[in-house]
Ligand binder design. Structure first.
Ligand code: 5AD
Ligand code: SF4
Length: 476
């Protein structure tokens, strides 16, 4: 997770009032921001990435941990000062924090003009129009759960890659998590709509699609379907070359999905499957619905069915009642499963969650911090070993972009979602959005560095990714 001003700003309506859109949190928020760009642009707004030029600043917020909300609060502090000098500046908070806090936010921040929740952002332009014209303050947190997924191909931030929502909301009972409260109940999109959207994106040059859902692998469950069926269907689209999906819940892994991942050669060899803890008693208090043994079984099943698949983890350190012995079990899970990446977090109690009301946040902050560092140090060791073993291999990467300070320094991801940095040389500017074969020359725990072996003339003419793996293996 990261936060960013949309930079460079997306194309807007030239000459219109300028909006600075700042996005915090997950991919879901980034995609929502893209839908907002469409609505604002249609209503005549332009965009900027410079504070001093902005007529409106919109913060698309995240509530997952207190730290994420803290960043927004400090931003609102700065904006309050700016607004004293520029009273015409409109300020809006959207997304999860807006949904969670609603009216309290307006009460606490006099500089704030509107608050719009996770299902209200499609109305962002009309809300902003009202705020600017009538100097009213607006609270909108009761939007229709059926959020229209209208997108405008012209405002896509990345020509080669796109996120596609397959499901909004979450029905899981995880006791630490605020998402069911901020994003509401689970609502899947029909397969025909998803296929139509992916087809339109692919016709417009997209080669990699990432399907998004809070519990993406629960897609279709209510109708007795599996996400695997959707993968098989999307695999048939000519022009699409890579297919990913995030985030999966271990309890929702099913045979069809695992088979689809094995059969569909466009499907990435990476599964983000957060265990959250390696201790079954902590998992029970988290209401995750599986034990640590069951998690190991699923990981083993995936590895047996899908050669080369990598698994990514999220782990929480210091959840309510976590003992040193529980923590040792989380360390053991890292050793046993050998994740290719693991995001580790200190437990942050979130108001409104079941744990907040029922369980005591009894692990001292210093202990949480120590456990977090131990998880991270062990994961670094594991990653370093894996990365060192990859030196000399040639990997096919989809080039995502270049470093801001050194644009010739490119980065991209291979099929297993490893990020590889390499020097694109004189051709660097042409390579974004294209596939390149890169030989890995050095490795640290966090970075794989390589040198380019070959680049493809045009992404849309390439065969599927896994078909290229044989070719890449031959180069190695
Ligand atoms: N405290 C700490 N980490 C959390 N996550 C979710 N809720 C919390 C919380 N209250 C982590 C989980 C999840 C990731 C997106 O954030 O690991 O998978
Ligand atoms: Fe943050 Fe979760 Fe909301 Fe995404 S869905 S913005 S991670 S709270």
């Amino acid at each position: 997770m990261n936060d960013a001003v949309l930079s460079p700003p997306p194309p807007g309506a030239p000459g219109g009032p300028r909006v600075l859109l700042e996005v915090f949190g997950c991919q879901m928020n980034k995609l929502d921001a893209e839908l907002m760009v469409r609505a604002l642009r249609k209503a005549g707004y332009d965009f900027t990435d410079r504070d001093e030029e902005a007529d409106a600043v919109l913060l698309v917020t995240c509530s997952i941990r207190d730290q994420a909300e803290h960043r927004v609060r400090s931003h609102l502090g700065t904006l309050s000062v700016q607004k004293r000098e520029r009273p015409h500046l409109a300020v809006g908070v959207l997304g999860c924090m807006a949904q969670r806090e609603g009216r309290d936010l307006l009460d606490r921040w006099p500089a704030l003009d509107f608050v719009a929740g996770t299902r209200d952002f499609p109305q962002v332009a009309s809300i902003l129009d009202r705020v600017r014209a009538d100097a009213v303050r607006v609270l909108a947190v009761d939007g229709d759960p059926l959020v229209p997924e209208d997108r405008d191909l012209a405002v896509r931030p990345d020509r080669a890659r796109a996120f596609v929502n397959v499901m909004r909301g979450c029905d899981k009972p995880c006791t630490y998590c605020v998402v069911p409260r901020t994003r509401g109940p689970e609502l899947g999109r029909p397969m025909v709509d998803i296929v139509a959207e992916v087809s339109a994106l692919v016709d417009d040059g997209v080669v990699e699609v990432t399907l998004l859902g809070q519990t993406v692998n629960a897609w279709g469950r209510r109708e007795g379907r599996s996400l695997g069926e959707l993968l098989y269907r999307l695999q048939e689209l000519p022009g699409l070359q890579r297919l990913r999906f995030i985030t999966s819940h271990p309890e929702e892994m099913d045979e069809v999905l695992i088979r689809a991942m094995a059969d569909c050669d466009k499907c990435g060899l990476f599964l983000h499957l957060p265990p959250q803890s390696g201790s079954s008693s902590v998992l029970r208090r988290m209401a995750r619905g599986y034990t640590a043994e069951r998690y190991r079984e699923i990981a083993a099943q995936l590895r047996a069915a899908i050669p080369g698949v990598q698994i990514g983890a999220d782990l929480i350190a210091g959840f309510c009642g976590e003992t040193d012995a529980d923590h040792a079990l989380s360390l053991q899970l890292l050793r046993d499963v050998r994740f290719s990446q693991a995001f580790c977090f200190r437990y942050s109690p979130r108001p409104g969650t079941p744990a907040f009301g029922r369980l005591r946040d009894d692990v001292p902050e210093a202990v949480k911090r120590r456990r977090l560092l131990e998880l991270q140090a062990l994961q670094n060791e594991i990653q370093l070993k894996r990365h060192r073993g990859m030196v000399g291999e040639v990997h096919r990467v989809l080039v995502e972009g270049g470093s801001q300070r050194r644009p010739e320094l490119l980065f991209g991801r291979n099929l297993a979602f490893d990020r590889i940095v390499f020097d694109g040389g004189a051709r660097a500017a042409d390579l974004a959005g294209r596939f390149a074969d890169v030989r890995i020359t050095s490795a640290t725990a966090l970075t794989l560095t390589g040198s380019i072996v070959a680049a493809e003339p045009a992404p849309s003419s390439s065969p599927s990714d896994r078909a290229q793996v044989a070719h890449v293996a031959a180069l190695a």
